[in-house]
Design a protein around this ligand. Sequence first.
Ligand SMILES: C[S@@+](CC[C@H](N)C(=O)[O-])C[C@H]1O[C@@H](n2cnc3c(N)ncnc32)[C@H](O)[C@@H]1O
Length: 900
Amino acid sequence: MPPRKSPKRKADVNEYRHEDATSPMRPEVGTQPQFKKKKPPAAYRYDSSLAPELQWDEGNTRAREEGEALIREVLNAPTLEAARAAAARLAALGRPFLNWAGKAERGAFTVPTLPLFIHERLATQAIIVTLKGHRRDKQEDLFDLFADPRHTLREQVLGAYEHADKWVNRMILGDSLVAMNSLLRYESLGGQVQMIYMDPPYGVKFGSNFQPFVRRRDVKDGDDDHLSREPEMVRAYRDTWELGLHSYLSYLRDRLLLCRDLLHPSGSIFVQISDENVHHVREVMDEVFGHDNFCGELAFRKTGGQSSLLTASVHDYLLWYAKDRAVVKYRKVFKSKVEITERPSIYRWVESPDKKTRRKMTKEEFEGSESIDNGWRIFAPDNLASLGKTETGSGEFTFDGVTYKPGHNQHWKTTQDGLNKLAVAGRLIPVSTSLYYIRYLDDFPLIAFDSIWADTSAGGYSDDKSYVVQTNRKVVQRCLLMTTDPGDLVLDPTCGSGTTAYVAEQWGRRWITMDVSRVPLALARQRLLTATFPWYELQSEPRGPASGFVYTRKQNNKGEEVGGIVPHVTLKSIANDLPPEEEVLVDRPEVKGGVTRVAGPFVVEATIPTPIDWEGDGVEDSAPPGASTAGHADYIARMLEALRLSPVLHVGGGKKVTLAKVRPPAKTLSLAAEAVVANGPGGDKVVALVFGPENGAVSEALVANAAKEANAKNYAHLYVIGFAVQAAARQFVEDCEKIAGVAATYIQATPDLVMGDLLKNMRSSQLFSVCGLPDVRVTKLKGKENAGKWQVELRGLDVFDPATMEAHHLAGDDVPAWLLDTDYNGSCFHVCQAFFPRTGAWENLKKALRAEYDEAVWDHLAGAVSAPFEAGETATVAVKVIDDRGNELMVVRDLREGAK
Ligand SMILES: C[S@@+](CC[C@H](N)C(=O)[O-])C[C@H]1O[C@@H](n2cnc3c(N)ncnc32)[C@H](O)[C@@H]1O
């Protein structure tokens, strides 16, 4: 493929593009009805040679069979080597192991194999360009800013997953098991991820695992109002934590297995975990990755200690495993030795500037309560001899008239000539009866991080938390710098507020992140979109970060090394008259001044979960792990029962509709039920009902099929009842009469219906209520300056609170976020303007670009009225509003029809 022309970018705002990398073409969200490349669910097996159940009792037939097979292998082995190998595996079966309920039964599992559809394209550059001068640049350039390859519907349907597109970073909404399986099975991404950072919920408390509101960080376990009402979340929780810690371990083991498949042979995985379960998780990781691939258990200081009657717990852990420890990619990350508290204790001596006086530090100097005089150098007398006698290296050496020997069964670390050179360089010091090498602290003023990271609690690191369980950036950054290079691929299956994506973006790594909940993804999207980073100079700008960063040697006026290359003076270099070795400090690349770097283009993707086979082709289109068609029939029966018990639908404006005679239709393809509405105008009417999936959002296809059938069968109205609804489906309902000839209403069902025993008492008899669309006004502007341009105002939004079953009106400038696509193509949403009302979200960028943009531009992005814009080719705009629970509601307006 010829290299794509670089988009025109302003010199002062720039971004990294991964020009060398590609990924398989993924379809956009509008194409799912045509998408035919289904794949069967994928089966995963635990490597039985690693499963350590050596329980010869009756219950564990698998271990017994395996043990017996190995004994046979030993007996019949053709060679001694083969017998030894089989015996070793047999012995491994007998190691102590961690067992839990359901482990032995789960020797294999299947995961639905689902395609990922692109829902949104985002690029900060595109927003900046759109705002500048309030007009669209040439269409071409704008799509390039989004890195949108602009495939036609036909190309997408025929070419999806077959052709390669330029790389864009990716945020995926979905269960990590399903999403990772899709990366493996649809995209063959196995063996390509260099580093995985996984920060799973630390334990099994439901409430404290998930943050249900975009703008509220306080989450209390056990408080029902604080529970997530996202159906996918409830479902994920119910399925995965059903047996408490037992299911938690199964949940982790499954995901770790897929992580292992995704890792590059030299790749690493870090799992962040607290002291509550670190011991269990380490056992599980030993099993999945192999004990030999354990690289370290790192302790890092967390923000604020957990108060306790006993010692406060102030740190969490990182369990670090390699795919293959023998070839793991590892870059040393250093910290300064100079900070007194960190200085290794061997550095206890000082030398005067004229080198005439050398003495031990006073106690106060060593402890730091007294400073060391200017110009005095700190040093440590270090061993000049190593263990083992050698013929040439163990002779006598005379220094200052005294003769020294290297010590019993030892040899000098260098030759006699080398020792002479050390003497000339003033590097030798007699202490007591031995001769030592003088190692100055500034020979190399840094030391590689060890397994205790004490500098990672927040404070001074400008790491404002937006998510209850947000990880300190420093922690992820260190892992990333230790185990990856620029351009490498990094994955986080537990996105949360997107710390890994943020850090990867900062350091020029490619990233994929995923989360089952919409709330954290909304936070992560905002964090990435509004971020600014330094521009680290690249070896080759056309090639992008994969070419590497530029590092140079620099000293400040105190003579301290402040560059990315630091000389490392060693005994060897002095003794051999060699220039000092050089260390690269991977966290200190050259920074180009005067450039504001923003996040490169990224996409938001999701699987389209529909739990049954809508296509009728025998392949289940989607289902969360474990769901079955029989389960679906149960679910429909439960919904019908709920409707019979609670037949009043709240349809907005204080109006109610009462359903009678709710029953399944005699013969149906798409409808779930029919009912009689007796209290509507014009007497009794028979209406049709369709239910969205139990564990996902109502899709456009679901509404379209139901509407077609409802119209053909002359139902008076269609009620679409769901727990969540995709934006396009919500819009379809709105336009249903026009498109499909039957009017439709979307009814929000309270997720309490599927929460079952998680919520013991349902507080309300109002189980179903209408869910409004954003109230949007589109205006054609007049006046000289803006003539012909358009402006969108978000006037408000009715939100339904599933906890109280009440609808509230939110003013347009009181929503957490809203997005505008000024040229909506009917499928993928291109974020041309992104509004975070009444927040300082854009503050960094605003500061950086102060000279370029007038204040009014930023006022728009913090309010409810868009900046003016020109109509695009499609003459259609789409407005997407994110509510506090992370729900997305979308309205589409046709500019040709004029402002509504
Ligand atoms: C501890 S948080 C991660 C926080 C993150 N490190 C940060 O800095 O914000 C764990 C995240 O995992 C997500 N999660 C839990 N189960 C999941 C699953 N099965 N698939 C994907 N994400 C899941 C939760 O929604 C939550 O956002």
